[in-house]
Design a protein. Structure first.
Length: 433
Protein backbone atom coordinates (compact mmCIF):
# COMPACT_ATOMS: atom_id res chain seq x y z
CA UNK A 1 0.00 0.00 0.00
CA UNK A 2 2.81 2.44 0.85
CA UNK A 3 4.42 1.71 -2.50
CA UNK A 4 1.37 2.97 -4.34
CA UNK A 5 1.08 5.95 -1.96
CA UNK A 6 4.64 7.01 -2.74
CA UNK A 7 3.99 6.88 -6.47
CA UNK A 8 0.82 8.94 -6.00
CA UNK A 9 2.68 11.47 -3.85
CA UNK A 10 5.38 11.88 -6.49
CA UNK A 11 2.72 12.48 -9.14
CA UNK A 12 1.01 15.03 -6.90
CA UNK A 13 4.07 17.01 -5.84
CA UNK A 14 6.12 16.85 -9.05
CA UNK A 15 4.20 19.01 -11.50
CA UNK A 16 5.30 20.60 -14.76
CA UNK A 17 5.21 24.40 -14.54
CA UNK A 18 5.99 27.23 -16.93
CA UNK A 19 7.49 30.13 -15.01
CA UNK A 20 7.37 30.88 -11.30
CA UNK A 21 4.42 29.18 -9.62
CA UNK A 22 3.05 32.21 -7.73
CA UNK A 23 2.36 34.42 -10.77
CA UNK A 24 1.04 31.29 -12.48
CA UNK A 25 -1.39 30.72 -9.59
CA UNK A 26 -2.61 34.30 -10.04
CA UNK A 27 -2.98 33.83 -13.80
CA UNK A 28 -4.75 30.51 -13.21
CA UNK A 29 -7.32 32.08 -10.87
CA UNK A 30 -7.82 35.00 -13.26
CA UNK A 31 -8.31 32.70 -16.24
CA UNK A 32 -10.87 30.64 -14.35
CA UNK A 33 -12.76 33.77 -13.27
CA UNK A 34 -12.78 35.01 -16.87
CA UNK A 35 -14.30 31.71 -17.99
CA UNK A 36 -17.23 32.12 -15.61
CA UNK A 37 -17.97 35.83 -16.04
CA UNK A 38 -20.63 36.84 -18.58
CA UNK A 39 -19.71 39.33 -21.28
CA UNK A 40 -16.48 40.03 -23.13
CA UNK A 41 -15.69 43.60 -22.07
CA UNK A 42 -13.66 43.48 -18.85
CA UNK A 43 -14.19 46.53 -16.66
CA UNK A 44 -12.02 45.50 -13.71
CA UNK A 45 -9.78 42.76 -12.34
CA UNK A 46 -9.11 42.76 -8.60
CA UNK A 47 -6.42 40.57 -7.04
CA UNK A 48 -6.12 39.92 -3.30
CA UNK A 49 -3.23 37.68 -2.31
CA UNK A 50 -1.34 36.61 0.79
CA UNK A 51 2.00 38.22 1.59
CA UNK A 52 3.89 35.06 0.62
CA UNK A 53 2.28 35.00 -2.83
CA UNK A 54 2.77 38.74 -3.40
CA UNK A 55 6.48 38.73 -2.57
CA UNK A 56 7.04 35.79 -4.94
CA UNK A 57 5.07 37.37 -7.80
CA UNK A 58 6.33 40.95 -7.69
CA UNK A 59 9.75 40.74 -9.35
CA UNK A 60 10.03 37.44 -11.20
CA UNK A 61 9.82 37.47 -15.01
CA UNK A 62 6.75 35.96 -16.65
CA UNK A 63 7.72 33.66 -19.57
CA UNK A 64 7.00 35.25 -22.93
CA UNK A 65 5.85 38.55 -21.41
CA UNK A 66 9.07 40.56 -21.15
CA UNK A 67 7.83 41.83 -17.83
CA UNK A 68 6.80 40.97 -14.29
CA UNK A 69 4.24 41.85 -11.65
CA UNK A 70 1.07 40.65 -9.98
CA UNK A 71 -1.02 42.93 -12.19
CA UNK A 72 0.58 41.61 -15.38
CA UNK A 73 0.06 37.98 -14.31
CA UNK A 74 -3.62 38.66 -13.63
CA UNK A 75 -4.17 40.59 -16.85
CA UNK A 76 -2.49 37.90 -18.93
CA UNK A 77 -4.59 35.25 -17.20
CA UNK A 78 -7.77 37.08 -18.15
CA UNK A 79 -6.72 37.81 -21.72
CA UNK A 80 -4.85 34.68 -22.75
CA UNK A 81 -4.86 32.17 -19.90
CA UNK A 82 -6.05 28.59 -20.25
CA UNK A 83 -6.83 27.39 -16.73
CA UNK A 84 -7.12 23.80 -18.01
CA UNK A 85 -3.32 23.81 -18.41
CA UNK A 86 -2.78 24.33 -14.68
CA UNK A 87 0.63 25.84 -13.94
CA UNK A 88 1.28 26.09 -17.69
CA UNK A 89 -1.70 28.46 -17.90
CA UNK A 90 0.22 31.09 -19.90
CA UNK A 91 1.76 28.73 -22.43
CA UNK A 92 1.86 30.17 -25.95
CA UNK A 93 1.60 33.89 -25.17
CA UNK A 94 1.71 36.13 -28.24
CA UNK A 95 3.04 39.71 -28.48
CA UNK A 96 -0.58 40.84 -28.98
CA UNK A 97 -1.61 39.15 -25.71
CA UNK A 98 1.15 40.96 -23.85
CA UNK A 99 0.28 44.29 -25.47
CA UNK A 100 -3.41 43.91 -24.57
CA UNK A 101 -2.55 42.98 -20.97
CA UNK A 102 -0.31 46.02 -20.56
CA UNK A 103 -3.03 48.23 -22.05
CA UNK A 104 -5.49 46.87 -19.51
CA UNK A 105 -3.07 47.79 -16.72
CA UNK A 106 -2.45 51.28 -18.16
CA UNK A 107 -6.21 51.85 -18.20
CA UNK A 108 -6.32 51.22 -14.45
CA UNK A 109 -8.47 48.12 -14.73
CA UNK A 110 -6.22 45.87 -12.61
CA UNK A 111 -6.04 46.41 -8.83
CA UNK A 112 -3.85 44.49 -6.36
CA UNK A 113 -4.09 44.24 -2.59
CA UNK A 114 -3.06 42.12 0.39
CA UNK A 115 -5.65 39.55 1.42
CA UNK A 116 -6.87 39.45 5.01
CA UNK A 117 -6.12 35.78 5.57
CA UNK A 118 -4.05 33.57 7.80
CA UNK A 119 -3.20 31.36 4.83
CA UNK A 120 0.27 31.56 3.34
CA UNK A 121 -0.90 30.53 -0.11
CA UNK A 122 -4.04 32.47 -0.98
CA UNK A 123 -5.12 34.11 -4.24
CA UNK A 124 -8.49 35.76 -4.83
CA UNK A 125 -9.40 37.23 -8.21
CA UNK A 126 -12.62 39.10 -9.03
CA UNK A 127 -13.30 39.80 -12.71
CA UNK A 128 -16.11 42.18 -13.66
CA UNK A 129 -17.94 43.06 -16.87
CA UNK A 130 -20.90 45.47 -17.27
CA UNK A 131 -23.27 42.51 -16.92
CA UNK A 132 -21.59 40.18 -14.47
CA UNK A 133 -18.83 39.30 -12.01
CA UNK A 134 -16.95 36.14 -11.09
CA UNK A 135 -14.86 35.52 -8.00
CA UNK A 136 -12.33 32.70 -7.74
CA UNK A 137 -10.22 31.75 -4.72
CA UNK A 138 -7.21 29.44 -4.85
CA UNK A 139 -5.70 28.37 -1.52
CA UNK A 140 -3.08 26.08 0.06
CA UNK A 141 -1.99 24.67 -3.30
CA UNK A 142 -1.30 26.68 -6.44
CA UNK A 143 -4.21 25.32 -8.48
CA UNK A 144 -6.52 24.20 -5.67
CA UNK A 145 -9.80 26.03 -6.23
CA UNK A 146 -11.73 26.50 -2.99
CA UNK A 147 -14.34 29.02 -4.13
CA UNK A 148 -16.08 30.00 -7.34
CA UNK A 149 -18.82 32.63 -7.08
CA UNK A 150 -20.69 33.97 -10.12
CA UNK A 151 -23.19 36.79 -9.77
CA UNK A 152 -23.98 35.84 -6.17
CA UNK A 153 -24.24 32.11 -6.83
CA UNK A 154 -21.68 29.80 -5.22
CA UNK A 155 -20.62 27.09 -7.64
CA UNK A 156 -17.81 25.87 -5.36
CA UNK A 157 -17.39 26.76 -1.69
CA UNK A 158 -14.77 24.97 0.34
CA UNK A 159 -13.31 28.21 1.66
CA UNK A 160 -15.13 28.39 4.99
CA UNK A 161 -14.05 24.86 5.90
CA UNK A 162 -10.46 25.67 4.95
CA UNK A 163 -10.44 28.98 6.84
CA UNK A 164 -11.73 27.37 10.01
CA UNK A 165 -8.42 25.55 10.35
CA UNK A 166 -4.97 26.93 10.89
CA UNK A 167 -3.04 28.71 8.21
CA UNK A 168 -1.25 26.59 5.63
CA UNK A 169 1.83 25.61 7.54
CA UNK A 170 3.37 22.21 8.01
CA UNK A 171 1.04 19.39 7.06
CA UNK A 172 2.90 16.64 8.88
CA UNK A 173 0.08 16.10 11.35
CA UNK A 174 -2.26 14.87 8.63
CA UNK A 175 -2.83 11.14 8.92
CA UNK A 176 -2.67 10.65 5.16
CA UNK A 177 0.96 11.83 5.22
CA UNK A 178 2.09 9.72 8.17
CA UNK A 179 3.53 7.04 5.88
CA UNK A 180 6.26 9.47 4.73
CA UNK A 181 9.27 8.97 7.00
CA UNK A 182 13.00 8.77 6.35
CA UNK A 183 12.84 4.99 6.86
CA UNK A 184 9.91 4.49 4.48
CA UNK A 185 11.48 6.79 1.85
CA UNK A 186 14.69 4.76 2.00
CA UNK A 187 12.81 1.47 1.64
CA UNK A 188 10.78 2.79 -1.30
CA UNK A 189 13.91 4.02 -3.09
CA UNK A 190 15.54 0.60 -2.68
CA UNK A 191 12.67 -1.45 -4.08
CA UNK A 192 10.98 0.91 -6.54
CA UNK A 193 10.59 -0.43 -10.06
CA UNK A 194 12.40 1.92 -12.43
CA UNK A 195 9.52 1.54 -14.86
CA UNK A 196 7.24 3.14 -12.23
CA UNK A 197 9.41 6.26 -11.92
CA UNK A 198 8.44 7.95 -15.18
CA UNK A 199 7.84 11.25 -13.37
CA UNK A 200 11.44 11.22 -12.09
CA UNK A 201 12.79 10.52 -15.57
CA UNK A 202 10.77 13.47 -16.86
CA UNK A 203 12.10 15.69 -14.06
CA UNK A 204 15.65 14.80 -15.04
CA UNK A 205 14.95 15.47 -18.72
CA UNK A 206 13.09 18.78 -18.32
CA UNK A 207 15.28 20.30 -15.64
CA UNK A 208 18.54 19.27 -17.30
CA UNK A 209 17.39 20.88 -20.55
CA UNK A 210 16.67 24.17 -18.78
CA UNK A 211 19.99 23.97 -16.94
CA UNK A 212 21.88 23.59 -20.22
CA UNK A 213 19.87 26.45 -21.71
CA UNK A 214 20.91 28.69 -18.82
CA UNK A 215 24.56 27.77 -19.31
CA UNK A 216 24.40 28.43 -23.04
CA UNK A 217 22.56 31.76 -23.17
CA UNK A 218 22.37 35.01 -21.21
CA UNK A 219 19.64 34.94 -18.56
CA UNK A 220 19.32 37.06 -15.43
CA UNK A 221 22.50 37.36 -13.42
CA UNK A 222 24.11 34.53 -15.41
CA UNK A 223 25.18 32.83 -12.19
CA UNK A 224 25.56 29.39 -13.73
CA UNK A 225 27.23 30.72 -16.87
CA UNK A 226 29.66 32.78 -14.80
CA UNK A 227 30.65 29.73 -12.75
CA UNK A 228 31.15 27.70 -15.93
CA UNK A 229 33.19 30.44 -17.59
CA UNK A 230 35.31 30.82 -14.46
CA UNK A 231 36.35 27.18 -14.84
CA UNK A 232 37.55 27.94 -18.36
CA UNK A 233 39.53 30.91 -17.06
CA UNK A 234 41.23 28.77 -14.45
CA UNK A 235 39.66 30.59 -11.51
CA UNK A 236 37.56 27.58 -10.47
CA UNK A 237 38.29 23.88 -10.82
CA UNK A 238 36.12 21.57 -12.91
CA UNK A 239 35.12 19.39 -9.98
CA UNK A 240 31.87 17.88 -8.73
CA UNK A 241 30.83 20.83 -6.59
CA UNK A 242 31.45 23.44 -9.31
CA UNK A 243 29.69 21.39 -11.99
CA UNK A 244 26.67 20.93 -9.72
CA UNK A 245 26.53 24.63 -8.84
CA UNK A 246 26.79 25.73 -12.48
CA UNK A 247 24.09 23.39 -13.84
CA UNK A 248 21.65 24.10 -11.01
CA UNK A 249 22.16 27.87 -11.05
CA UNK A 250 21.94 27.91 -14.84
CA UNK A 251 18.47 26.39 -14.70
CA UNK A 252 17.33 28.97 -12.15
CA UNK A 253 18.89 31.78 -14.19
CA UNK A 254 16.79 30.77 -17.18
CA UNK A 255 13.58 30.02 -15.32
CA UNK A 256 13.51 33.20 -13.24
CA UNK A 257 14.28 35.42 -16.21
CA UNK A 258 11.48 34.54 -18.58
CA UNK A 259 12.66 31.36 -20.32
CA UNK A 260 9.71 29.70 -22.03
CA UNK A 261 10.92 26.16 -21.31
CA UNK A 262 8.92 24.27 -18.64
CA UNK A 263 10.48 22.69 -15.54
CA UNK A 264 9.42 19.98 -13.13
CA UNK A 265 8.49 21.51 -9.80
CA UNK A 266 8.58 19.99 -6.32
CA UNK A 267 6.02 20.88 -3.64
CA UNK A 268 4.74 23.85 -5.63
CA UNK A 269 8.10 25.36 -6.58
CA UNK A 270 10.05 25.11 -9.81
CA UNK A 271 13.28 26.16 -8.12
CA UNK A 272 12.79 23.40 -5.56
CA UNK A 273 12.30 20.93 -8.38
CA UNK A 274 15.47 22.18 -10.03
CA UNK A 275 17.57 22.08 -6.86
CA UNK A 276 16.27 18.65 -5.81
CA UNK A 277 17.17 17.22 -9.21
CA UNK A 278 20.13 18.91 -10.91
CA UNK A 279 22.79 18.72 -8.17
CA UNK A 280 22.20 14.96 -8.16
CA UNK A 281 22.28 14.79 -11.96
CA UNK A 282 25.56 16.72 -12.00
CA UNK A 283 27.05 14.46 -9.33
CA UNK A 284 25.94 11.42 -11.30
CA UNK A 285 27.72 12.74 -14.38
CA UNK A 286 30.97 13.30 -12.49
CA UNK A 287 30.78 9.95 -10.72
CA UNK A 288 29.70 8.14 -13.91
CA UNK A 289 26.92 6.23 -12.19
CA UNK A 290 24.42 4.00 -13.96
CA UNK A 291 21.08 5.33 -15.18
CA UNK A 292 19.28 3.26 -12.54
CA UNK A 293 21.46 4.62 -9.72
CA UNK A 294 20.79 8.16 -10.89
CA UNK A 295 17.01 7.67 -11.04
CA UNK A 296 16.96 6.18 -7.54
CA UNK A 297 19.13 9.01 -6.19
CA UNK A 298 16.91 11.69 -7.75
CA UNK A 299 13.86 9.90 -6.36
CA UNK A 300 15.41 9.93 -2.89
CA UNK A 301 16.25 13.61 -3.20
CA UNK A 302 12.76 14.64 -4.27
CA UNK A 303 11.06 12.55 -1.57
CA UNK A 304 13.27 13.99 1.19
CA UNK A 305 12.43 17.47 -0.10
CA UNK A 306 8.72 16.60 0.01
CA UNK A 307 9.11 15.23 3.56
CA UNK A 308 10.74 18.46 4.76
CA UNK A 309 8.21 20.66 2.96
CA UNK A 310 5.40 18.83 4.74
CA UNK A 311 6.93 20.13 7.97
CA UNK A 312 7.62 23.73 6.95
CA UNK A 313 4.71 24.37 4.59
CA UNK A 314 4.34 24.94 0.87
CA UNK A 315 5.26 28.61 1.29
CA UNK A 316 7.48 29.79 4.10
CA UNK A 317 9.66 32.65 5.26
CA UNK A 318 12.55 30.20 4.83
CA UNK A 319 14.04 29.71 1.37
CA UNK A 320 12.69 26.49 -0.13
CA UNK A 321 16.08 25.71 -1.65
CA UNK A 322 17.28 24.77 1.82
CA UNK A 323 14.72 21.92 1.81
CA UNK A 324 15.36 20.78 -1.75
CA UNK A 325 19.10 21.24 -1.24
CA UNK A 326 18.86 18.90 1.72
CA UNK A 327 17.15 16.37 -0.53
CA UNK A 328 19.95 16.79 -3.06
CA UNK A 329 22.56 16.21 -0.35
CA UNK A 330 20.87 12.91 0.47
CA UNK A 331 20.81 11.93 -3.19
CA UNK A 332 24.50 12.76 -3.59
CA UNK A 333 25.37 10.84 -0.41
CA UNK A 334 23.54 7.85 -1.91
CA UNK A 335 25.61 8.11 -5.10
CA UNK A 336 28.77 8.26 -2.98
CA UNK A 337 27.86 4.91 -1.46
CA UNK A 338 26.06 6.14 1.61
CA UNK A 339 23.30 4.21 3.34
CA UNK A 340 20.45 5.25 5.59
CA UNK A 341 22.78 6.43 8.37
CA UNK A 342 24.69 8.66 5.96
CA UNK A 343 21.43 10.07 4.59
CA UNK A 344 20.45 11.12 8.09
CA UNK A 345 23.90 12.65 8.63
CA UNK A 346 23.57 14.63 5.39
CA UNK A 347 20.26 16.04 6.66
CA UNK A 348 21.84 17.03 9.96
CA UNK A 349 24.80 18.70 8.24
CA UNK A 350 22.55 20.69 5.91
CA UNK A 351 20.31 21.89 8.72
CA UNK A 352 23.33 23.01 10.67
CA UNK A 353 24.43 25.04 7.66
CA UNK A 354 21.70 26.54 5.47
CA UNK A 355 18.83 26.89 7.96
CA UNK A 356 17.93 30.55 8.34
CA UNK A 357 18.20 31.55 4.69
CA UNK A 358 15.16 33.77 4.18
CA UNK A 359 12.92 33.89 1.14
CA UNK A 360 12.74 37.50 0.02
CA UNK A 361 10.68 36.80 -3.06
CA UNK A 362 11.16 35.10 -6.41
CA UNK A 363 13.66 36.89 -8.63
CA UNK A 364 16.81 36.47 -10.72
CA UNK A 365 18.92 36.37 -7.56
CA UNK A 366 17.36 33.04 -6.57
CA UNK A 367 20.01 31.42 -8.77
CA UNK A 368 22.64 32.57 -6.27
CA UNK A 369 20.74 30.94 -3.41
CA UNK A 370 20.42 27.70 -5.36
CA UNK A 371 24.15 27.69 -6.07
CA UNK A 372 24.86 28.27 -2.37
CA UNK A 373 22.57 25.42 -1.28
CA UNK A 374 24.03 23.16 -3.96
CA UNK A 375 27.56 23.81 -2.70
CA UNK A 376 26.41 23.04 0.83
CA UNK A 377 24.64 19.89 -0.41
CA UNK A 378 27.80 18.44 -1.91
CA UNK A 379 29.89 19.38 1.13
CA UNK A 380 27.33 17.93 3.56
CA UNK A 381 27.10 14.68 1.59
CA UNK A 382 30.86 14.21 1.48
CA UNK A 383 31.14 14.85 5.21
CA UNK A 384 28.29 12.42 5.91
CA UNK A 385 29.91 9.64 3.90
CA UNK A 386 33.19 10.33 5.70
CA UNK A 387 31.36 9.79 9.00
CA UNK A 388 31.32 13.43 10.07
CA UNK A 389 28.02 14.75 11.45
CA UNK A 390 27.17 17.97 13.25
CA UNK A 391 26.56 17.39 16.97
CA UNK A 392 23.17 17.35 18.66
CA UNK A 393 24.42 20.01 21.09
CA UNK A 394 24.59 22.56 18.26
CA UNK A 395 21.75 24.99 17.53
CA UNK A 396 18.53 23.40 16.29
CA UNK A 397 20.20 20.03 15.69
CA UNK A 398 18.82 17.10 17.67
CA UNK A 399 20.01 13.52 18.14
CA UNK A 400 17.93 12.34 15.15
CA UNK A 401 17.34 13.87 11.73
CA UNK A 402 13.60 13.52 12.28
CA UNK A 403 13.72 15.66 15.42
CA UNK A 404 15.89 18.23 13.68
CA UNK A 405 13.35 18.56 10.88
CA UNK A 406 10.60 18.99 13.48
CA UNK A 407 12.62 21.91 14.89
CA UNK A 408 12.95 23.32 11.40
CA UNK A 409 9.18 23.16 11.01
CA UNK A 410 8.74 25.00 14.27
CA UNK A 411 11.16 27.68 13.17
CA UNK A 412 9.47 28.08 9.79
CA UNK A 413 5.92 28.21 11.12
CA UNK A 414 6.23 30.02 14.44
CA UNK A 415 8.52 32.76 13.15
CA UNK A 416 7.23 32.99 9.61
CA UNK A 417 4.48 35.60 9.83
CA UNK A 418 6.53 38.48 11.16
CA UNK A 419 9.48 37.78 8.85
CA UNK A 420 7.18 37.70 5.83
CA UNK A 421 5.47 40.92 6.94
CA UNK A 422 8.76 42.79 7.28
CA UNK A 423 10.16 41.47 3.99
CA UNK A 424 7.01 42.42 2.08
CA UNK A 425 7.01 45.87 3.70
CA UNK A 426 10.61 46.42 2.59
CA UNK A 427 9.79 45.29 -0.94
CA UNK A 428 6.68 47.45 -1.25
CA UNK A 429 8.33 50.57 0.18
CA UNK A 430 11.40 50.43 -2.07
CA UNK A 431 11.82 53.16 -4.65
CA UNK A 432 13.47 51.61 -7.70
CA UNK A 433 14.81 53.56 -10.67
Amino acid sequence: MEYKKFLERLEKELVVTLGCTEPMAIAFAAALAKKHVKGEIITSVRVLASANVLKNAMAVAIPGAQGCGVDLAAALGVIAGDFAKGLEVLEGLTPRDVENAKTMIEQGKVMVGIADTSKKLYVEVIVKTPQSYARVVVADEHTQVVLVEVDGNLLINRLSADESGASETGDSGRSEDSFITIDSIWEFVQRAQISDLTIIKKAIELNTSVGLEGLLNAYGLEVGKTIKNSVGKGMLSDDLITHAMALTAGASDARMSGCTMPVMSNSGSGNQGISATLPVVAAGEKLQVSREQLIRAVTLSNLIAIYIKLKIGRLSALCGATASGTGASCGIAYLLGGGKAEIRSAIQNMQGNTTGMFCDGAKAGCALKLSTCTSAAVQSAIMAVEGKTIQATDGIIESTAEQTIENLGRLANDASYEVDRVILDIMVQKKVG
